[in-house]
Design a protein around this ligand. Structure first.
Ligand SMILES: Cc1ncc(COP(=O)(O)O)c(C=O)c1O
Length: 346
């Protein structure tokens, strides 16, 4: 199949750029005590996770139990659910994954610990290191570890995600923010024990991954990238694009068939690939409207253009498939494990 034969809108993955991103990240971790535990939520795609494994990882990070089930069924042997798991159905998914592979779950309260009692899983105490989201206050961590021990759960360490700084445009501010967050985490880690200190994202992998005592980095976006992370000047290329077809051409604008149902815009509108005329003005449900300047040569209806997504994770989650491409050819079609999964029963 050629790219020209695809139904648009659809997501293309440039496999050469993907491979370069994998190699770049692997080279950073090659000689370090810290390992890479790439976050699956960025792509939700087993084939990409396999390529990450071939480049050397200590395990995979997921955000929701369904992703752990997918990876366990695909033969991955070590999965961290880097998020609190609450609710019977989600706990059943954790149990299903844990019946096939080593599973570790982040906890930040008595309730999230008690919910795991009796399961064959280990835990990380998630500590709030500045992001206004999950994580226990640092002074609660040791008490939570004691509670988990009391329930027979193996305490494997701590987690702290510095998500409030990973996207800072100023590299020095990003570094300082990550260092401050990791100081909080490393202060608590000995009180909790267990050995794992898990943190980091694509914007901070090189800072967090080089701090002595951090044992693993959870970066995910680096493998496909997006315009928001590209703006930081990281050494990773944009492997992901959305192919769209021109449907209307007017005097000063044209329209393509990729809108809000194909591209997430929480980090801003997508950006046209450099060979397409004009600039994106706004998105509707099924359209992107693209403004044309006086010097732009208008396309014709039926032409295709590529759009560069601004935020990889929610964009991928709008699609069922990724098309792995090279030079106009579709090499492989990869499934995206979107959604929260079917019910599983113990
Ligand atoms: C818990 C956790 N770890 C790591 C990441 C890293 O992701 P990214 O590679 O997009 O920075 C995220 C992203 O939101 C996250 O929520």
């Amino acid at each position: 199949v050629r790219i020209a034969d695809l139904l648009t809108p659809c997501l293309l993955v440039d496999v050469d750029v993907l491979e370069r991103n994998l190699a770049e990240m692997a080279s950073f971790f090659a000689d370090r005590p810290c390992g890479l535990r790439p976050h699956f939520k960025a792509h939700k795609c087993v084939e990409i996770a396999r390529r990450q494994r071939e480049h050397g990882i200590v395990g995979v990070t997921v955000q929701i139990p369904y992703e752990a089930v997918v990876l366990a069924e695909a033969g991955f042997d070590d999965v961290l659910v880097a998020n609190q798991v609450v609710g019977r159905r989600r706990i059943e998914q954790v149990a299903a994954a844990a019946s096939r592979c080593r599973v570790t779950v982040a906890v930040d309260s008595d309730e999230t610990i008690d919910a795991l009692a009796g399961l064959d899983v280990g835990i990380l105490i998630e500590v709030n290191v500045g992001l206004v989201r999950g994580g226990a206050p640092p002074d609660r961590a040791a008490g939570l570890a004691d509670r988990a021990h009391g329930l027979g759960l193996e305490v494997r360490g701590v987690q702290g995600y510095e998500g409030h700084v990973v996207g800072l445009a100023d590299a020095a501010a990003r570094r300082e923010g990550a260092e401050r967050s990791m100081a909080i985490l490393l202060d608590v880690a000995p009180q909790v024990g267990g050995g794992i200190v898990s943190a980091g994202g694509t914007g901070t992998y090189d800072v967090t991954g080089a701090i002595p005592g951090i044992t693993e980095v959870q970066a995910g976006s680096y493998v496909l990238m997006d315009t928001a992370y590209s703006a930081l000047g990281l050494p990773f290329g944009e492997a992901l694009s959305c192919l769209a077809t021109v449907t209307t051409v007017a005097e000063r604008h044209y329209v393509v068939d990729a809108g809000l149902k194909a591209l997430a815009t929480d980090h801003g509108p997508p950006v046209l690939a450099s060979d397409a005329p004009g600039s994106v003005r706004f998105l509707s449900d099924e359209h992107a409207t693209i403004g044309l300047g006086p010097d732009d040569r208008p396309p014709a209806p039926g032409d295709t253009v590529r759009l560069r997504p601004s935020h990889v994770d929610p964009t991928v989650a709008l699609h069922d498939r990724l098309y792995a491409v090279r030079e106009g050819e579709v090499l492989e079609v990869w499934t995206v494990h979107r959604g929260w999964g079917p019910l599983v029963r113990r």
